[in-house]
Ligand binder design. Structure first.
Ligand code: G6P
Length: 615
């Protein structure tokens, strides 16, 4: 997830573009850059690694020439480290076209190989630079920038918003979108492009939303929209009445709520580009050889907080699909117990931020014992992946809310991908079985949409619980970490006493907590594993018989649960192992809404920090 801006009009483009980037910095802050068409029909460009302030300082020291046409980008790195060279905009071979990009081009490796075979020199590790070269090849062949963009989009796979300028066409900016956001700001004698309306809300509140697979060309006078084949198309015009803060949050009251609603997109992005042309899984920065993976005889997952619960889910998937034993350990405890590690142990460190001190110290310890470390991380170039042997980036985009939501769901995706990849290399699952699970994973974004469409039921439930002092969460198997995560969210945000239990463990002690009217949220497993489902129902009966009010999350069509549920929240039907991807979502919504109703700051809960860099 990156922020992109485009402008053409009477104002100084550099000022408008940099201002827009400042408004979009919450979308990414690894690097920033701006490119302008300047007199003499050349592109002038500045880009810097790090926060936008670094670019602003560079521009203050040496401003770009005056210009009325420009593009800009603030990056959340996916391909390539967050450095100056990988920063956008990227240029074509002849420096005639400059281009910025948000998203992932799945077939970039093939396209890059073809360009390199034709003697193109690519300077960066990004997928974006390939597109800049391709668009420039088209304009060099004589077509206009709009046609060039249409033709290039036809060969691209993946998700992308692209915005480009051509030095030989100084009064035009052309953009395209597929599965990635782009809005047009309609001004008087000027037009804007942005990842969202925050980019231009100071200048105009009239906006045009583009459809899927569309190309837009803006000039001072107008806006032209087509599909990828040049057929005319139309955008949806609307008036923005949000203030700036709501605009950044896409109209939501909190970043956390926005991030919960972004999860279908985040999960889809997390799955993008993971298979090669032959359908085999390939993991970008998996720098472990097949032989090293075959040698692995034990996996230890280390993480903190919500990431630890992702690790608990991963254990079920990895053990089931690869038959390798997995231990899951709190990072803060790991090195103090003198764990048994050697070269055949794979340590998997899960961290959204990549900076958590407890996790970092744990991987340092593991590496001194000659174990290989693989990081699952959302932050490209952060310390944990830098100090690991391999990394799977989760591609969730920046998470601003302190309590992790889309970070968690995309960590789960990365864990499933890791498990399937190891299964592929070790041959513990057949290719068609792996394919089948990938298809099930690819259906998840749509299923999360279904859960989100039912948010109101969860909000109403939260309203009934504003006076509650304690809530229990029950789950079994992969639903057990979901119960723990649901309880953690409630502690973090609503400051309530909340506890998650494995349903079978309840009778061994915690059941003493149950009293008349106590709300108990139950994550009911899908019926695919009958025993699991039946055992869960027994646990629910036990608490209900003692006066608990049972709120059950159960799949569509599960009628067996009905007599035991005081409240029933329906989940889409998914396999047991993937259920955490859908079952966690109502629990996030519940905690977010309850905390809001109680008047708490949901994005910055008391006593918590997004990334904890002390042990
Ligand atoms: C902090 C945050 C939690 C997060 C944990 C691990 O405690 O408040 O939300 O789960 O750190 O963070 P990481 O960035 O390593 O995933």
């Amino acid at each position: 997830m990156c922020g992109i801006v485009g402008y053409v009009g009477p104002k100084q483009a550099q000022d408008v573009v940099v201002e827009g980037l400042r408004r979009l910095e919450y979308r990414g802050y690894d690097s920033a850059g701006v490119a302008l068409v300047v007199p003499g029909d050349v592109i002038s460009l500045a880009k810097r690694a790090g926060k936008l302030a670094n670019l602003e300082k560079a521009l203050a020291d040496s401003p770009l020439p005056a210009s009325h046409t420009g593009i800009g980008h603030t990056r959340w790195a996916t391909h390539g480290a967050p450095n100056d060279v990988n920063a956008h905009p990227h240029l074509g071979h002849e420096r005639r076209v400059a281009l910025v990009h948000n998203g992932i081009i799945e077939n970039f490796a093939d396209l890059r190989a073809r360009l390199e075979a034709d003697d193109h020199v690519l300077l960066s590790e990004t997928d974006t630079e390939v597109v800049a070269h391709l668009v420039e090849l088209q304009v060099e062949s004589g077509v206009d920038l709009t046609t060039a963009m249409q033709r290039v989009c036809q060969v691209l796979e993946g998700a992308f918003t692209l915005v480009a300028i051509d030095a030989h066409d100084p009064d035009r900016v052309v953009a395209a979108r597929r599965n990635s956001p782009l809005v047009v700001g309609v001004g008087d004698g000027e037009h804007f492009l942005g990842s969202d309306v925050a980019a231009f809300i100071e200048h105009t509140r009239e906006a045009l939303e583009l459809g899927q697979d569309q190309v837009v060309s803006i000039t001072r006078e107008g806006v032209e929209i087509t599909d990828f084949h040049g057929h005319p198309a139309e955008g949806r015009r609307y008036h923005v009445d949000w203030d700036l803060s709501a605009a950044e949050k896409d109209g939501h009251d909190w970043f956390m709520r926005k991030e919960i609603f972004e999860q279908p997109r985040a999960v889809a992005d997390s799955l993008l580009g993971r298979r090669n042309q032959a359908g085999l899984l390939q993991l970008d920065e998996m720098r472990l050889s097949d032989d090293e993976i075959r040698d692995v005889d034990k996996i230890i997952i280390i993480a903190c907080g919500t990431s630890f619960y992702a690790g608990m889910v991963a254990k079920y998937a990895i053990e089931h699909w690869t038959r390798i034993p997995v231990e899951v350990e709190l990072a803060s405890e790991f090195r103090y117990r003198d764990p048994i590690l050697d070269y055949s142990t794979l340590v998997v460190a899960i961290s959204q931020s990549g900076e958590t001190a407890d996790t970092l110290q744990a991987i340092r310890h593991a590496r001194t014992q000659r174990s290989k470390v693989l990081a699952i991380c959302n932050t490209n170039g952060s310390t944990i992946p830098r100090e690991s042997d391999a990394v799977i980036y989760t591609h969730a985009g920046p998470e601003i809310g302190v309590a992790s939501t889309k970070g968690f769901l995309t960590q789960l995706v990365a864990c499933y991908l890791l498990a399937l990849y190891v299964a592929q290399v070790k041959g513990t699952r057949y290719g068609d079985e792996i394919d089948e699970i990938m298809v099930q994973l690819e259906a998840i974004p749509q299923q999360i949409e279904t859960v989100l469409a039912g948010a109101q039921q969860v909000y109403d439930l939260a309203r009934e619980h504003t006076g509650t002092r304690s809530v229990l969460f029950l789950g079994r198997h992969a639903g057990y970490p979901v119960a723990l995560e649901g309880a953690l969210k409630l502690k973090e945000l609503a400051y309530l006493h909340a506890e998650g239990f494995a349903a079978g463990e309840l009778k061994h002690g915690p059941i003493a907590l149950v009293e008349e009217g106590l709300p108990v949220l139950c994550v009911v497993p899908p019926r695919g594993r009958d025993q699991l489902h039946e055992k869960m129902i027994s646990g629910i009966q036990e608490v209900r018989a003692r006066g608990a009010r049972t709120i059950c999350l159960a799949e569509e069509g599960d009628t067996r649960i009905e007599p035991y549920a005081d409240v029933l929240i329906r989940l889409p039907r998914v396999p047991v192992l993937l259920q955490p991807l859908v079952a966690t979502v109502p629990l996030q919504l519940f905690a977010c809404e309850l905390a809001t109703l109680m008047g708490h700051d949901v994005d910055q809960p008391r006593n918590l920090a997004k990334s904890v860099t002390v042990e």
